[in-house]
Design a protein around this ligand. Structure first.
Ligand code: ADP
Ligand code: MG
Length: 288
């Protein structure tokens, strides 16, 4: 016969593509108060498309091709987007060296004889390049060559349909506080948070700022309740580790994230979090 706990417990959760690494996380899932989301790749698809190219030097194609080269080895969704802008002509990894990805800022590499930086405003400020403000709605990627500003690329990502359902279901389950943290621009963060009716958002964050927000939110919740952080793991392994329950999206997630996480979702549907909460509550109810 089918045991009573067939639909519950760690085994039951795994049949729904939710891997829970220990019974204590079932307790925490059943008692969530705050759910904190990373934006890119978690609430959005993490598949950016290039919308506009504004070169200060070169032509549009040359600027984009240069940025794509710098991103040749990048695993960040932004890197994939810039490379995908050239489906017919792959980038050449032999043309680049000394690649350095700076979490929350961007990436730099030597392309032939030049140092090329590809990243956000913060990266341009860090190297002293005179970037131009851009009034486009979207994520803005600036390019500088040997410290000289070369132009910017506007890219856009889309919210997952499933994210709307995820936030609604969590609210129905009585989760008191939903928060989104992102390294992206304020304008982009505001658009996503408002569309999804997320209670609170913070943008333009470095990975360490995300950890600090999670630490503050842990302090602000009742002591007997738990906080979950949900991320795709790109740059957010430290935050996953700090939360009471770190939840990684397994389909896109990096090995570091799957390692740091307490719960792994085998697909990239955020609504699985509400399902995990339901299974955990059901399991605890049976156990009592
Ligand atoms: P999020 O918090 O949205 O998941 P990240 O912390 O991964 O984003 O990145 C924050 C910001 O840092 C991005 O919006 C982008 O401006 C910049 N960035 C990070 N990695 C890259 C990269 N490989 N190329 C260009 N820009 C990048
Ligand atoms: Mg991220």
């Amino acid at each position: 016969s089918i045991p009573l706990t067939f639909f519950g417990g760690i085994g039951g959760a795994s049949r729904h593509g939710i891997l829970v690494k220990g019974a204590c996380y079932m307790d925490a899932l059943a008692n969530l108060h705050t759910v904190v989301f990373d934006k890119t790749g978690t609430l959005t698809h993490g598949q950016f498309a290039v919308e506009a190219v504004h070169p200060d030097h070169f032509n549009e194609r040359q600027l984009l091709h240069l940025a794509a080269h710098v991103e040749h080895f990048s695993t960040h969704p932004i890197g994939a987007a810039l490379r995908n802008a050239f489906p017919e002509e792959a980038t050449d990894g032999c043309r680049i060296s000394h690649v350095e990805e700076v979490a929350g800022q961007g990436i730099r590499a030597q392309v032939e004889d030049h140092i090329v930086c590809v990243g956000n405003q913060r990266m341009m400020e860090a190297i002293g390049a005179q970037w131009h403000p851009c009034h486009h709605i979207g994520t803005i990627i600036h390019v500088a060559i040997d410290g000289q500003y070369a132009g910017h690329i506007v890219i856009n990502d889309h919210i997952k349909d499933d994210s709307i359902e995820s936030i609604n279901k969590l609210k129905q389950l009585g989760i008191k506080r939903t928060v989104m943290l992102t390294g992206d621009r304020q304008e982009v963060g505001q658009h996503v948070a408002e569309t999804l009716h997320i209670d609170e958002f913070h943008a333009e964050l470095m990975p360490a700022d995300k950890v600090a927000h999670v630490e503050r939110l842990i302090q602000e919740k009742p002591v007997d309740k738990a906080l979950a952080f949900v991320g795709d793991g790109i740059n957010d392994a430290p935050v996953l580790a700090r939360a009471d329950v770190g939840i990684a999206m397994g389909a896109l997630g990096s090995d570091a994230a799957i390692e740091a996480a307490d719960v792994v979702l085998m697909d990239d549907r955020p609504s699985k979090i509400a399902l995990a909460v339901s299974i955990a509550r059901h399991t605890i109810a049976i156990a009592r």
